[in-house]
Design a protein around this ligand. Structure first.
Ligand SMILES: NC(=O)C1=CN([C@@H]2O[C@H](COP(=O)(O)OP(=O)(O)OC[C@H]3O[C@@H](n4cnc5c(N)ncnc54)[C@H](O)[C@@H]3O)[C@@H](O)[C@H]2O)C=CC1
Ligand SMILES: O=C(O)[C@@H]1CCC=N1
Length: 271
């Protein structure tokens, strides 16, 4: 079958997105060629029905995929992209999910004819609940934008931005954000254990509370502040806890600091 998509890097994020695309049926596995040096990860991709090889040189020489997805660490992005230079004649679109790395880095390597899309996904993409934010260079046609958006929609919500400078903020909010929420679950579990709950119960309560609250916020159409007030009885238990979290805007300050640290790191990674 014709190779329509090459995935360079099938680690955590590459695999998460690939699984979503295949599950949705938007792409037949036989149309995907995975390039991944790690043998175990290649096997995992082959188990999905894709072809896989350790090196870009193993892609059939006559293949002209619609899309090359670059899903490697920012530190190796230049070397990896250089291996696809022959596909920079305008027929293939490049989609990078790397944190920090600007479109200009790809343009410098691939030349001035390559349509390039920069996307910041997050790991909930693995179960179709990701957040994908997309920035495209001027060579990406409307048709290609639609094609890419449709493919990405298999992994969750997709939204466009037209100011690339905001990608570092996006990375700090939705790209890294799942880790903040996972840590919140960990922290609530520890707090529950310290207050006397058995470990297993503590974890169940913390996880189901975050899951239920996020689902309610997403599905009710109500503002999070209103939902918060619905939990908070005057002078009750929630008010006591929120005085700790919201007093002097403690949690807001902490998250603002965390997002800023991630944003600055994203800028550094792009250098
Ligand atoms: N993990 C996450 O939550 C998110 C990651 N990203 C971005 O996704 C990219 C990948 O991150 P992860 O999946 O977390 O890292 P990872 O380390 O799990 O995956 C990267 C993969 O690239 C492979 N690789 C190394 N050299 C290669 C080469 N020459 N050709 C092909 N593959 C090669 C590695 O063997 C590895 O499996 C990064 O640029 C990161 O900024 C973006 C959004 C979220
Ligand atoms: O931690 C990182 O650098 C990547 C980018 C966003 C999430 N993970």
């Amino acid at each position: 079958m014709t190779i329509r998509l090459v995935l360079a890097g099938c680690g955590n994020m590459g695999y998460a997105m690939l699984s979503g695309w295949l599950k949705s049926g938007k792409l037949p596995p036989a149309a995907v060629f995975v390039v991944e040096p790690n043998a175990d990860l290649r096997k995992r991709a082959e188990a999905l029905g894709c072809s896989a090889a350790a090196d870009a040189g193993d892609i059939p020489a006559d293949a002209v995929p619609d899309l090359v997805v670059i899903a490697v660490k920012p530190q190796v992005i230049r070397d990896v992209t250089a291996a696809y230079k022959r596909l920079g004649d305008g027929r293939t679109t490049f989609l990078s999910i790397a944190a920090g790395t600007p479109v200009a880095t790809f343009e410098a390597i691939l030349g001035d004819r390559a349509p390039i899309v920069r996307c910041m996904p997050n790991t909930p993409a693995a179960i179709g609940k990701g957040m994908m934010v997309v920035f495209s260079n001027r060579l990406v046609s409307d048709d290609t934008r639609r094609f890419v958006a449709d493919l990405l929609s298999a992994s969750g919500e997709v939204t466009d931005i037209d100011d690339e400078g905001l990608m570092d903020v996006v990375t700090a909010v939705s790209g890294s954000g799942p880790a903040y929420v996972f840590h919140f679950i960990e922290a609530l579990t520890v707090a529950a254990e310290k207050a006397g709950l058995p470990a297993k119960t503590a974890r169940l309560l913390a996880m189901q509370t975050v899951y239920g609250a996020a689902s309610l916020a997403a599905e009710s159409g109500e503002e999070p502040g209103v939902l918060r007030q619905q939990v908070t009885s005057p002078n009750g238990t929630t008010a006591a806890a929120l005085a700790v979290l919201m007093g002097e805007d403690r949690l807001t300050h902490l998250l603002t600091e965390a997002v800023e640290a991630a944003r600055l790191r994203s800028i550094e990674l792009g250098r």
